[in-house]
Design a protein around this ligand. Structure first.
Ligand code: BGC
Length: 553
């Protein structure tokens, strides 16, 4: 079934399915391993799609599975039009897509336009061509400074640590890489780059994908002249709640032309294809510019992800988020975790609940696992009751915690290596999923191999331990997703309700939502509980760190 057929066979609002969709992020290396080599793959995903359909999500977003030397787990693409053998083949992709569509799931793929791999044909050509040659013009090669060109062209730092420039061996030039040295930044002012990416979009649209998640969407254009920047660069600024990617490499006006041209390409296709921006920009009004009517359809709401476990903060971020995108007519998204952040079930168990450390290791503060899980379950009922579109990160429906004691010898994140271990990195949220507690690799693959070791605690979270078990996190997500659909919460309207301090309370359609962020129980108004993250107390009160949906307005 094509996307077009999928849209036609659904309700009239299917044409804006992304306005209210729940989209599940699959991190292919860690979702399901079809061939037992320890790395997840496309056939593995295909096998598990019925699980996702039964969970009740609308769409799946796949992190990169393209040909890549895997210097940054696939976010370093050497061929945008092929599948890396680690993950399978193009035929495997087609089979996966077909099966997803058959099950009524849409599929969004990741597009990585800011940089290629150093093994991309263009970069190889550039390195083997002289300074000033046309082959170098597709990237940001510049002469060095200092008497002999021994110093980099400017003072920019890489997001993964160290300099953002590497010197070309045996040559006077340096090339820019905002991320790892194996991820050279493209020059988006070059017509070849623009043309090629439009072709890449068409390549995947022709195969039937329903949309794209656009990686580092705020980074493609750099300020003219690449001026020095003394500020700190980071994907996320967790401290103080605001992430402020100001600086000459971020959020430049020119990126919007690119998205307008891509939008025109998408609009040529039937079936309401969409794009979602990964843009760590602040304040929210800047983010709203990525989702204007002729640009992308959605942007990840990282302000929500960064919000601490605090009712006032939740209310404020929800109000702000709804207001700013409302002004441009776009839907809000809600996201709590992804493959770049410590899982929220662990963040909420820290002494500053919701703080965003750059990874956690055995030497760091260990989250209170039970408390973090309790809050994460409540947060799921908050997130899934909000109007707009929600993103889930694989494993959160199991309440999966971060692996917080992974030994350094297993780490693979380039950020860990480039900072000499100062940044612990993102491996802890990327550990392969547990499907069955009694099988090798907890059912991730047919053998015991897993590319990152799974902690013993994963057995408790395995799908088989939760499937059909009343009160399990998996069943909580299934019920919430079902009720969300039945009550059309994604297209609803939020109205705040009066409530006690420390409580987030609102009505959306036929549902009233109460989230108690306090460490003590609170009274609830009358009403039948439709879904609750914890059993209500005998006197009808809502327990500490818990949430409930009550029927009635
Ligand atoms: C991705 C990261 C990746 C980086 C460089 C991010 O936005 O989500 O996983 O390391 O871009 O591509």
């Amino acid at each position: 079934m094509t996307s077009q057929q999928l849209a036609r066979s659904e309700s009239p609002d299917a044409l804006t399915w992304w306005r209210h969709a729940v989209i599940y992020q699959v991190y292919p290396r860690s979702f399901a391993d079809g061939n037992g080599d320890g790395i997840g793959d496309l056939p593995g995903i295909t096998t598990r799609l019925p699980y996702l359909a039964a969970l009740g999500v609308d769409a799946v977003w796949l992190s990169p599975f393209y040909r890549s030397p895997q210097a940054d787990a696939g976010y370093d693409v050497s061929d945008y039009r092929d599948v890396d053998p680690l993950f399978g083949t193009l035929d495997d992709f087609d089979r996966m897509l077909q099966q997803a569509h058959r099950l009524g799931l849409r599929v969004i793929v990741d597009l990585v336009p800011n940089h290629t791999s150093d093994e991309h044909a263009w970069f190889r050509e550039a390195l083997s061509s002289p300074a000033g040659s046309p082959e170098r013009k597709r990237y940001l090669f510049r002469d060095g400074t200092g008497e002999y060109g021994e110093l980099p062209p400017n003072n920019w730092q890489s997001i993964f640590g160290g300099r953002a420039w590497s010197k070309v061996p045996g040559d006077s030039q340096w090339y820019l890489h905002l991320f790892d040295s194996r991820q050279p930044d493209l020059d988006w002012n070059h017509p070849d780059v623009r043309k090629d990416f439009e072709d890449v979009l068409r390549f995947w649209l022709d195969r039937g994908v329903d949309g794209f998640r656009v990686d580092v969407a705020h980074g493609l254009i750099k300020a003219e002249g690449l001026p020095d920047f003394a500020g700190h660069v980071a994907m996320v600024e967790g401290s103080g709640g605001a992430h402020s990617n100001h600086g000459p490499m971020w959020d430049q006006e020119g990126v919007h032309d690119i998205y307008r041209s891509w939008r025109r390409v998408l609009d040529e296709y039937p079936g309401d294809r969409m794009m979602v921006a990964e843009a760590w920009v602040h304040p929210p009004a800047r983010l709203a510019r990525y989702v204007r009517a002729d640009e992308m359809q959605q942007a990840f709401n990282f302000d929500y992800l960064l919000t601490h476990w605090n009712a006032d903060d939740f209310r404020a971020v929800i109000d702000r988020s709804l207001a700013v995108v409302g002004e441009v007519g776009a839907p809000t998204t809600w996201v709590m975790s992804n493959h770049d952040t410590v899982r929220h079930s662990s963040r909420y168990g820290l002494s500053i609940p919701g703080a965003r450390p750059r990874g956690i290791d055995a030497a760091g503060e260990q989250p209170d696992e039970a408390l973090g899980l309790r809050r994460a379950r409540a947060a799921a009922l908050l997130t899934l009751a909000l109007p707009g579109s929600a993103y889930l990160y694989q494993g959160e429906e199991l309440g999966l915690p971060e692996h917080t004691t992974l030994e350094a010898e297993h780490r693979q994140d380039p950020a860990f290596f480039r900072t000499g271990g100062a940044e612990i990195g993102r491996d802890g949220c990327r550990v392969p999923l547990p499907w069955h507690s009694d099988q090798p690799s907890y059912g991730f693959g047919s053998g015991s191999a897993t590319w990152l070791p799974q902690p013993a605690s994963f057995a408790r979270y395995a799908v088989n331990r939760q499937d059909g078990v009343a009160g399990s996190t998996l069943e909580l997500y299934r019920s919430a997703l079902k009720q969300r659909r039945v009550s059309a919460l994604g297209t609803g309207t939020l109205t705040w309700l009066a409530c006690a301090p420390g409580v987030v309370a609102f009505a959306n359609g036929p549902v009233r939502v109460f989230v108690n962020t306090n460490d003590y129980p609170v009274a609830l108004p009358d009403g039948r509980a439709i879904v609750a993250s914890e059993p209500l107390l005998a006197d009808g009160q809502l327990p500490a760190n818990a949430a409930v949906w009550l029927a009635g307005t």
